[in-house]
Write a protein that binds this ligand. Structure first.
Ligand code: FES
Ligand SMILES: [Fe+2]
Length: 380
């Protein structure tokens, strides 16, 4: 008996059950996707002074991201070169000059160099034992790290045609950060966030702004670079074709939620732009605020989702914006998405699950995304 539903070969198919539940696929995804990609770790505005830091966690890996004494952003593994202890315990904070390992007091400077190794023999060469560096790149105030070794193409090169200068993200601050733990494999989040086929029946608030199923051709994934780097990258400078008439931003009534707009006072942006980048970056840039979404795998059936809301650094909370109002529509949408990905995980975990057909137009971005995923997991 044919249980495939017929016509399967005409359609690009979703993944198998094992992709969503097995430790083997989880380990492969960490090694071949997340350990070889630029991942958003945070925002330069969160480490504005030398000694400010935050950590970035992916599976067993922890990375410290700091502002050095000379003002650069540095990143290094949170692993002591003595006996491996995680020497920075907090998720964010400030240190004066160094991170001091709690075990035996080895101290790492803001650039990761080993500054002190108490009571080690006089000829001990500290220069040989810095914290291991991690590639870091700052793009428009967004801090990306890459766990890959060797030569890595800089973010600025990959995103060279993504011009979001008018939003002046370098002069923004994080007005709200939402972190959610969802009981699902990370690829179910990718699937849900690369299509709006589900929006009409699940996101009534979002659909007050978006026209569901509207000309999605404009959203089809296509490289924006001159030469095809094989990246999954969407840059839509103007999403007005998918926005209801008169809606200026993502709010319930379409009016601005932040009085101080992004950009320079005389030249604020007027459009809504979108950037999507493999494997876990999505940003909606509006005239009054920017909303960035990212997520990371925690286990085969657990992921952490993070949504950040960036407003102009001069915008004053309680005067120019209200955090509850700013986040309200997205919080609603994320509650709805959280329920969807949880239900999806339950379904794909069943032995009865078989790959199903993507909609060729409404899910075209998801198709391109998973083609990129297949290239990543095949590569050695
Ligand atoms: S393990 Fe860090 S100082 Fe010994
Ligand atoms: Fe959704």
């Amino acid at each position: 008996m044919d249980t495939s539903g017929g016509q399967a070969s005409d359609y690009y198919m979703t993944l198998t059950r094992e992709h969503y539940i097995s430790q083997e696929w989880f380990d492969r995804d960490i090694a071949r996707v997340f350990s070889r990609s630029w991942l958003l770790a945070g925002y330069a505005s969160q480490i504005s002074r030398p000694g400010d830091f935050f950590t970035f966690e992916l599976a067993d890996t922890s990375v410290v991201v700091t502002r050095t004494e000379t003002g650069e952003v540095a990143a290094f593994h949170n692993v002591c070169r003595h006996r491996g202890t995680r020497f920075c315990a907090e998720r964010s904070g400030h240190v004066k000059r160094a991170f001091v390992c709690r075990f035996h007091g080895w101290a790492y400077g803001l650039d990761g160099t080993l500054r002190a190794a108490p009571q080690m023999p006089g000829d001990f060469d500290r220069e040989r034992w810095p914290a291991k560096p991690v590639a870091v790149d700052v793009w428009n105030g967004l801090v990306f790290i890459n766990l890959a070794q060797g030569e890595i193409t800089p973010v600025s090169h990959i995103l060279r045609n993504v011009d979001v200068g008018i939003y002046d993200l370098e002069h923004t601050k994080v007005a709200a950060d939402i972190e959610l733990t969802w009981p699902c494999n990370w690829k179910l989040i990718s699937e849900a966030f690369q299509e709006c086929y589900h929006c009409r029946i699940n996101h009534p608030e979002l659909c007050q702004v978006l026209i569901p199923d509207s000309n999605f051709d404009g959203l089809q994934a296509k490289p924006v670079t001159d030469d095809d780097d094989g990246e999954f990258l969407i840059f839509t400078a103007d999403r007005s074709y998918a926005i209801r008439e008169g809606m200026k931003t993502f709010s319930l009534d379409g009016d601005y939620l932040v009085k101080r707009l992004l950009g320079s006072p005389g030249n604020p942006p007027t459009r809504i732009a979108q950037v999507d980048w493999f494997p876990n970056f999505q940003a909606f840039l509006q005239p009054d605020f920017t909303h960035v979404e990212t997520f990371l795998p925690v286990s085969p059936i657990k992921s952490v989702f993070r949504a950040s809301f960036l407003v102009h650094e001069d915008a004053v909370e309680g005067v120019d914006y209200d955090v509850h109002e700013l986040t309200h529509m997205y919080v609603k949408t994320l509650e709805q998405d959280g329920a969807l990905v949880e239900a999806a995980q339950r379904g794909v975990s069943s032995p009865a699950h078989q790959p199903g057909p993507f909609h060729p137009v409404l899910e075209s971005a998801a198709i391109e995304y998973f083609k990129r995923y297949e290239r990543a997991v095949r590569a050695h």
